[in-house]
Write a protein that binds this ligand. Structure first.
Ligand SMILES: O=C(CO)[C@@H](O)[C@H](O)[C@H](O)COP(=O)(O)O
Ligand SMILES: [Fe+2]
Length: 189
């Protein structure tokens, strides 16, 4: 039997950086078609800001193993809509996940394959259990980076297709200075 070596790392709780992790950067240009207000999107695209970064420590896609990753989701809006992550189902759709809030303010939109959505507010210390089969997207509703840890099965994978195409049935917007979770006018099942 070959055993893997255990890993112990300290997450920088101010920046979300995991030393030695693989870094992924998602700029606004990689989120084309995701936001409702296309005019506001195209205007912001001139600067193509970083919307989020992921620091991932991943294993080979084997049943029983675990990955972990931090996400640093920057504050901002496209029109009324707060910055968010793409959102995905897991390729192995029955794989669950745990999120843990580290810094900043935001929340998670979750959705079943039939389009039933839930919103869970998140801050430092919030644990969110993402059950099997639920798509999930995080949203930064604050004015500083929203940082959280995710722990997920190594064989879960990411299935971005249906969210990229249809979005979530709810959107998270700012209206009269308030955070509102409202029906997505462009949602179609
Ligand atoms: O849910 C997971 C892994 O299963 C998170 O680590 C996200 O991958 C990350 O927050 C970026 O979001 P996406 O771009 O992958 O939706
Ligand atoms: Fe996930």
């Amino acid at each position: 039997m070959e055993y893997k070596n255990p890993i112990g790392v300290n997450i920088d709780l101010e920046t979300g950086v995991i030393p030695g992790a693989k870094k992924l950067v998602r700029r606004l240009s990689s989120l084309k078609g995701y936001f409702l207000d296309e005019e506001a999107y195209n205007e912001l695209l001139k600067d193509d800001p970083v919307v989020y970064e992921v620091y991932a420590v991943e294993q080979d896609e084997k049943d029983g193993d675990l990955n972990f990753a931090t996400t640093v989701l920057y504050p901002g809006k496209v029109g009324k809509e707060f910055f968010f992550t793409k959102g995905h189902f897991h390729s192995k759709a029955d794989r669950a996940e745990i999120y843990y809030g580290i810094k900043g303010k935001g929340g998670m939109l979750l959705q079943t394959p039939e389009g039933k959505a839930e919103w869970i507010p998140m801050g430092p210390g919030t644990v969110v259990y993402v059950p099997p089969y639920w798509a999930h997207r995080t949203v930064n509703t604050g004015d500083e980076p929203f940082i959280f840890l995710a722990v997920y099965p190594a064989d879960a994978g990411h299935d971005y297709g249906s969210i990229a195409e249809k979005g979530f049935s709810k959107i998270v917007i700012e209206e009269n200075g308030e955070v509102k979770v409202v029906d997505n006018p462009r949602w179609r099942e």
